[in-house]
Design a protein around this ligand. Structure first.
Ligand SMILES: Nc1ncnc2c1ncn2[C@@H]1O[C@H](COP(=O)(O)OP(=O)(O)OP(=O)(O)O)[C@@H](O)[C@H]1O
Ligand SMILES: [Mg+2]
Length: 343
């Protein structure tokens, strides 16, 4: 068991390879997202020599109240509690502890399948508008129904579900669009601080040809949808792209630039959450030095200090953090063989 009393500002975590630094960040991530950031299997966060994992924390909420969050995971299930009440809603945790993580695999965000980018976008939309989640869930439920009708080739009821999809899909798309309208200028401003790239743009892809309207697209797609047994168009195919000049950033910027663009996306979400909702989240940065050169590391620390969010940053060498003499109220922790102590 370990207990940590972190600083509300910067927390530096140092330890050798395989000492347990990423595992510590996983514990925090688990509380905010009820999943792992390194693996798709939540179970992988349990120490394999143990039967279960319990993580709990007291979180200062933006209304000044303290929320007690607790998660317990065993081989089969997970149990979540907020203020000693059992809940099954992951969204309650996401609202209570808004967090972002940057880790060595984060650069995949722009390269991987759209699913990851949709999740990224929707985290922002979800925090921006409390009605988003309900509409997105209804959309996904209708989508599952429509897909099973397509597979069964039962066309009779299809229209009912088309109407549901058009109704909820339009709402979901509008929420996404209005979020991105606010998000884009914040993102572009952050990019300008870290990168020497001109003409950076963020493009939103709805997931269908919006000139035609979703109802018409369903009619046009019907043959294709029946042949493959799933719905080809809609907000479930939504995506975002970063464009530099007229090209997709992922196809030609350097790997370092790609990492900075992705870092800027994540910083922009936190910045917007603060600007629009006075909500200050928590930032996790794993393998700080592996990700950034020394100048960008210093800039990032400065940005995070000004953002006033709580930050947990890991590295193997204390010198990777650079000169900390001008930074107030930070705490330094040392991790060794799975134990964490403040130094
Ligand atoms: N589910 C698990 N059960 C037992 N051990 C695990 C589990 N998952 C990871 N480990 C081990 O725990 C140790 C600490 O892993 P962790 O990734 O936290 O190290 P780290 O300090 O982040 O190292 P690095 O600097 O290399 O990133 C490693 O030896 C790892 O293999
Ligand atoms: Mg690690």
């Amino acid at each position: 068991m370990a207990a940590v009393y972190p600083s509300p500002t910067l927390n530096f975590i140092v330890g050798k390879n395989a000492s347990g630094k990423s595992a510590f960040l996983e514990a925090i991530f688990l509380l905010g997202r009820i999943k792992s950031f390194r693996s798709t299997a939540i179970k992988s966060v349990i120490n394999s020599s143990q039967l279960e994992l319990v993580v709990s924390a007291e979180i200062l909420q933006m209304n000044g109240a303290i929320a007690h969050l607790g998660v317990q995971i065993d081989n089969k299930n997970y149990y979540c509690r907020i203020n000693h009440q059992t809940t099954h809603k992951k969204s309650d945790f996401a609202y209570a502890l808004p967090l972002q993580v940057i880790h060595p695999k984060s650069y995949e965000l722009l390269d991987a399948a759209p699913q990851l980018r949709r999740e990224f976008l929707d985290w922002g939309v979800f925090n921006d508008n409390e009605n988003f989640l309900l509409n997105w869930r209804k959309y996904k439920k209708a989508l599952a129904q429509r897909n099973s009708l397509l597979k069964a080739r039962s066309l009779k009821e299809l229209n009912v579900w088309n109407n549901e999809l058009v109704y909820y899909g339009t709402i979901v798309n509008n929420y996404r669009q209005s979020y991105l309208l606010q998000f884009k200028p914040v993102f572009i401003e952050i990019v300008a601080k870290f990168l020497d790239l001109t003409d950076v743009d963020l493009r939103f892809i709805s997931g269908w040809n919006t000139d035609k309207g979703l109802d018409n697209v369903f009619i046009e797609d019907l043959d294709k949808d029946l042949r493959f047994g799933f719905t080809h168009s809609g907000p479930h195919r939504g995506d975002i792209q970063i464009i530099v000049g007229s090209r997709l950033a992922k196809d030609f910027v350097s790997r370092g630039q790609l990492k900075l663009l992705i870092m800027s996306l994540k910083l922009a979400q936190m910045q917007l959450l603060k600007n629009q909702h006075s909500n200050i989240g928590c930032f996790l940065i794993d393998d700080f030095a592996a990700e950034l050169d020394i100048i960008n590391r210093a800039k990032l620390l400065q940005y995070l200090i000004e953002l006033e969010c709580q930050v947990f940053i890991t590295t193997t060498e204390p010198s990777d953090f650079g000169d900390l003499s001008h930074i107030k109220n930070y705490k330094m922790f040392h991790v060794e063989q799975g134990n964490i102590i403040q130094v």
